[in-house]
Design a protein around this ligand. Structure first.
Ligand code: SF4
Length: 108
């Protein structure tokens, strides 16, 4: 069963700008650069091997609806949103978000 992946309104997803001006940006939640549809993951590990930062791992403490250990992001702070992981995933499990840019100062 596929589950919906919710993209925060204040981020830029690859291929489209959700809120480029940053209006209405929430301040509290830490930025999550990789959205994972865990129940679609078959635990093949291709994305784990592809990540140049080594910050993806199979979560051996969890089993998804298909009976696999799904991938998880171990250190979101080190993610560069390069999307190597999303490109190699055969099941389109991963959505990569660009970090929100700081609001520009108005020029005088
Ligand atoms: S490549 Fe896709 S299916 Fe394979 S472990 Fe990564 S997210 Fe799961």
């Amino acid at each position: 069963m596929a589950t919906a992946v919710e993209i925060p309104a204040d981020t830029l997803a690859l291929g489209g700008a959700a809120d480029p001006a940053g209006a209405g940006r929430a301040a509290a939640a830490p930025f999550q650069p990789v959205l994972i549809d865990s129940d679609r993951c078959k635990g093949c590990g291709l994305c784990v091997a592809a990540c140049p930062k080594g910050i993806l791992a199979l979560d051996e403490t969890r089993v998804n609806v298909q009976g696999y250990h799904p991938v998880h992001l171990t250190n979101p702070e080190l993610c560069t949103s390069d999307a190597h992981c999303a490109r190699v995933c055969p099941d389109c499990v991963l959505v990569i978000l660009a970090r929100p840019r700081p609001a520009r100062e108005a020029s005088s």
